[in-house]
Design a protein around this ligand. Structure first.
Ligand code: ZN
Length: 234
């Protein structure tokens, strides 16, 4: 009786708040993944992870020294990737990041990531974190780490506004623009490691460049980049 009641209430709530695909918004069946099979099958994959000197790697040439760089999907205006990124960043749906990070991790070859030691997100400034409630990159990192069977560290790097820095600039800091910079908070942990730095989208690469530059000040640190989306072409 109780289980029937639970089922009845669940069906009722499903009518009131139907579950919709994060990509195409079509109604989902109970138990179906929040990204429908059709959207998953038609994700606009870049396949850059199978391509040396791909467009994302080239974006950073002459700017920072990276081991590898890739994005998972092409981002087009009005497309399903834009919709999913919107859900992830602005609609309180961090689970989109974990799902896409998981898909990405499944498609990356072991040879692409076997020498990576730890996965780290590009951090948000704490004010933005407070407003949004979560860093959208954290869930991507978790999804990737689960599939790649790698460890991750969510707070190894911090994003700071310049006026908060009362003391002299630290050894492991790099500016992103006149107002913000990144500081490595756990340099000892990152020493000598190959770090996979994760962001949701890469466009100009300025933010990733500044964050990676801070990490590269740590002795022996190497950096690779993975983002869920990039424009086509970058
Ligand atoms: Zn869909």
């Amino acid at each position: 009786m109780a289980s029937e009641l639970i089922k009845y209430l669940r069906d009722l709530s499903h009518l009131a708040f139907p579950f919709n695909c994060f990509g195409c918004k079509s109604a989902l069946d109970e138990g179906e993944s929040p990204i429908c099979d059709d959207c998953r099958a038609h994700l606009p994959r870049t396949h850059y992870w199978r391509q040396n000197e791909n467009t994302v790697e080239r974006l950073f040439w002459g700017r920072i020294k990276l081991v590898r760089a890739t994005s998972y999907l092409f981002f087009t205006k009005g497309g399903i990737v834009q919709e999913m990124m919107h859900q992830l960043k602005y609609n309180s749906r961090p689970e989109v990041g974990q799902i896409l990070g998981g898909y990405f991790g499944m498609e990356l070859d072991d040879s692409w990531y076997s020498d990576i030691d730890v996965i780290v997100p590009v951090p948000l400034h704490k004010d933005k974190l407070k407003k949004r409630g979560y860093n959208q990159c954290d869930s991507i990192v978790v999804g990737l780490a689960q599939e790649m069977k790698k460890s991750f560290r969510l707070n190894a790097v911090q994003r700071i506004r310049s006026n908060e820095s009362q003391t002299k600039k630290g050894r492991f800091e790099r500016w992103v623009n006149v107002n913000e910079h990144f500081a490595v908070t756990e340099p000892d942990f990152l020493t000598g490691k190959h770090i996979l730095l994760v962001d949701d989208v890469v466009t100009t690469g300025a933010t990733i460049e500044a964050c990676a530059s801070a990490i590269l000040l740590v002795p022996g640190a190497k950096v690779s980049i993975a983002t869920i989306a990039c424009p086509n072409p970058v």
